[in-house]
Design a binder for this molecule. Structure first.
Ligand SMILES: C[S@@+](CC[C@H](N)C(=O)[O-])C[C@H]1O[C@@H](n2cnc3c(N)ncnc32)[C@H](O)[C@@H]1O
Length: 271
């Protein structure tokens, strides 16, 4: 199945975010909240990414695939810190174009490949990579299970995949579910749980970490930093600043109730 009209609109929205992400005030927010300056749109912060580098065993000679790589966070940082080889894929060209320039600045261009590609149809042979990462990508697309199956296909036997994802807790009342969904990424809904989808696509879970509290803290930090830069950010963002801040506050409420969750999975192919 191809991308839905809503996904194509979201792709264009992400492209606009990546174009804006090179502006100094947006980089300032990035640095203050996530400890990075790559124009990230996920909630992966530096401590989380340092942990993923260790968990995936990234090192010179190891090949890493990142799907939904945006403008290069966190995969270019991973390549710089670990010496690994990295392949970045995403739908918006604009993010990858920024990542290509950054790879040169970071002196990792000779170990970096980039491809515009739908994660549900990756242009790579079976068993091409030693490791895969994706940060808050599955909640930004519809075909979650197809993407997990495609990742399974391109990862070598014995390889590892790390991914963070935002999801709505199962078993909520209709109003609580709606309140959580309203503050979540656009394609957060899923008929099956992540463990079920992983099982159906041939993965076994190695570890699973609940990052919800950290996510809530980072949202609160972001509200404060954005407020302090309001004058610079408001004209850049082209959105209703107060409505955006209010939605982030509602998100903190549902996170603190445990209705919306963010987790990091480390998984490997089931033999
Ligand atoms: C939350 S952003 C994360 C971006 C980046 N890795 C970061 O941490 O800043 C999710 C990314 O998933 C990408 N994405 C959404 N649907 C996709 C698809 N079908 N195939 C590949 N990437 C997709 C979006 O374009 C977006 O860049």
């Amino acid at each position: 199945m191809g991308l839905t009209a809503a996904e194509l609109a979201k792709r264009d929205d992400f492209a606009a975010q990546y174009r804006r992400s090179t502006q100094a005030p947006i980089r300032q927010v990035d640095c203050a909240v996530c400890g990075c300056d790559y124009g990230g749109t996920s909630w992966a912060d530096r401590a989380e990414v340092d942990g993923i580098i260790r968990a995936l065993g990234l090192a010179p000679g190891v090949s890493l695939l990142e799907i939904g790589a945006g403008a290069g966070w966190p995969s270019l940082y991973m390549a710089r810190q670990s010496g690994c080889e990295v392949t970045l894929t995403d739908l918006p060209f604009d993010g990858l174009a920024i990542a290509a320039k950054r790879a040169v600045e970071d002196h990792v261009a000779d170990r970096c490949r980039l491809a515009v590609a739908d994660a549900a149809h990756l242009p790579f042979a079976d068993a091409s990579f030693d490791a895969i990462n994706h940060s808050d990508v599955l909640c930004c697309l519809v075909e979650k299970q197809a993407v997990l199956a495609e990742c399974r296909r391109v990862l070598r036997p014995g390889g590892l995949m790390a991914f963070s994802v935002i999801y709505i807790r199962e078993g909520l009342s209709k109003p609580d579910h709606a309140a959580a969904a309203e503050t979540a990424p656009e394609f957060v809904e899923s008929e099956r749980s992540y463990p079920e989808m992983l099982d159906a696509t041939g993965w076994e879970i190695v570890t699973r970490d609940d990052l919800t509290a950290r996510f809530s803290e980072n949202c609160l930090r972001k509200i404060g930093v954005e407020e302090s830069l309001r004058g610079d950010l408001e004209p850049l963002m082209g959105v209703d600043f107060d409505a955006r801040q209010a939605r982030m506050r509602r998100r903190i409420e549902v996170l603190n109730k445990g209705h919306l969750k963010r987790e990091l999975f480390l998984v490997r192919p089931r033999p």
